[in-house]
Design a protein around this ligand. Structure first.
Ligand code: ZN
Length: 260
């Protein structure tokens, strides 16, 4: 949730610069912005220390603002699907926005405006992670995301998308906490834990989930609806004690003990 509101005048471009900067700080502003959710559809979205949208985005829109939106709705692609994080607002992005809107009781028109953006601002921290997940949870290997199969920046960006998928899944499962026992691994961290040679943990896409209050099978089953292309759980070798979820290309789901 936003904790350092910044001014209405901050451009989307400036917001983009802050989005993944890590050390950038936004100046505090005693703003008179309306409480999230109270704005009418025509209002400018409430500013946020992570990223600020202005206006509306809809099918046909493109650019960084769309890409930022796609990250936030990546967990709403429809069962068995995932949406591209490519900055092009097509039919799949529209459908994801509609599912996100419906999940939060907003008018599901597939047009992202003030109400949709205000909901996103409520759901995210100043570092752009969803409120219920952190970069630290998604990386118990090292602090700088280095040493994987992709650049540190890519690994961290992939983990951010994974967190938004988990946030969608968490909401769909009744907003109960989801336990994340690990995510990104450098090649050496992966070797140390006996990970597969091509493990998606080395790309930042993957998360290993603890049973929590949901249980491994419920997590694996729900993951099918939230953009995870790789789901491994009970009955798959080495996965009786956690549920593994990951993004990336190609689908591989196997949790035989859960009917997957
Ligand atoms: Zn795993």
């Amino acid at each position: 949730m936003r904790s350092r509101p910044i001014g209405f005048l901050l451009s989307a471009l400036a917001g983009a610069a802050l989005a993944f900067g890590g050390t950038a700080t936004a100046s505090a502003h005693p703003s008179a912005t309306p409480a999230p959710g109270s704005a009418s559809a025509g209002d400018v979205g409430t500013a946020d220390a992570c990223y600020t949208w202005s206006g509306t985005l809809q099918e046909g829109s493109s650019g960084e603002a769309v890409r930022q939106l796609q990250i936030r709705v990546a967990g709403y692609p429809g069962t068995g699907n995932q949406i591209a994080i490519d900055g092009a607002f097509g039919p799949a992005t529209k459908a994801a926005v509609q599912r996100f809107q419906a999940a939060y009781g907003l008018a599901a028109d597939g047009i992202a405006g003030a109400q949709t953006f205000n909901k996103i601002y409520q759901l995210q921290d100043d570092d752009c992670t969803p409120v219920n997940f952190t970069y630290a949870e998604l990386n118990r290997c090292n602090s700088d995301w280095s040493g994987g199969k992709v650049s540190a920046g890519t690994a961290r960006a992939n983990a951010l998308v994974t967190m938004w998928k988990l946030q969608a899944m968490r909401h769909a499962m009744g907003d109960r906490p989801i336990t994340v026992n690990g995510g990104f691994r450098s090649v050496s961290c992966n070797s140390a834990v006996g990970g597969a040679a091509n493990s998606r943990h080395m790309y930042g896409h993957a998360a290993d989930l603890g049973a929590g209050s949901q249980g491994f099978c419920a997590l694996a089953q729900a993951a099918r609806n939230h953009g995870f292309t790789e789901i491994l759980g009970p009955g798959y070798p080495g996965h009786n004690d956690h549920t593994h979820v990951a993004g990336g290309s190609g689908r591989f789901w196997s949790a035989p003990s859960c009917g997957i």
